[in-house]
Design a protein around this ligand. Sequence first.
Ligand code: AMP
Length: 302
Amino acid sequence: MSLLVVGSVAFDSLETPFGKVERTLGGAATYFSVAASFFTHVNLVGVVGDDFTDRDAEIFRGRRIDIKGLERAPGKTFFWAGRYGTDPNERVTLATELNMFATFRPNLPDSFRSCKNVFLANIDPTLQKSVLEQIKGVPRMVALDTMNYWIERTPAELREILKHTHVLVINDAETRMLSNEHNLLRAARHIFKIGPKTLVIKRGEYGALMVHNGGIFSVPGFPLEEVHDPTGAGDSFAGGFMGYLAASKQVTDAVLRRAMVYGSVMGSFAVERFGLERLRKVKRSEINARARHFFKLTQFKL
Ligand code: AMP
């Protein structure tokens, strides 16, 4: 079953203790779609400027990613710059230039409108809603990511789209901000009342926690000696998670748990090198091997 993603395709300038790169390809929808395409077919909706070359678009070629919905218009592509210190969970945003994103109005190609699984990456909740409104019929699974910017500035619009969201995929700080609850389990109960019945909390190098009516499941972050660049970990996690779910016939608790593991697997590959360097080279056999590694990592006898 195909999967639709709407979100940023960007150029990122990144600084970590391991080095610095200028204007490398990034964006939430880019990380998401590359990660998800290992599991299912992905339809990408976004916008880029005329500084986005065919060479940049090569990342999507030869993968199960349809970029018919990637608009190209005169102007500049979304730009983001960030710096990380020794703690990979802490980042400072140095620049956010919306550029083409400021006026972006998503318009889904006809062939995308019957998508059953939808991932609304971190963008203006009004745009997330407009994408959902263009989907024909009732989608099987709608997942959404957001950030402090939208939680603070557009709370009413965010609450509205959350009513139509099945899975909320956000980080721990955002969970606390959205719910006004410090404790994550209480925060989850609060969020269930707004709409989503499954909450996936991304916790950086500590992994991720899923809370839903079937219980709680926790997956660790894969222990790596060197995290070169944490950018895109959350979106790659979401790509592995949603890609696995979209490819599964049913969404049971067991399937959701495996999706969490594949999310963590994809996030762990993303951070091994700068930008998309590692994800673009990873092989399906390596993904499977790392999933087996997770099994060993978390198994114990009682
Ligand atoms: P993450 O998975 O959270 O590390 O996401 C990193 C990606 O999000 C980067 O490649 C950025 O280009 C993109 N990004 C950063 N800020 C925003 C924003 N305000 N809206 C959309 N995308 C963003």
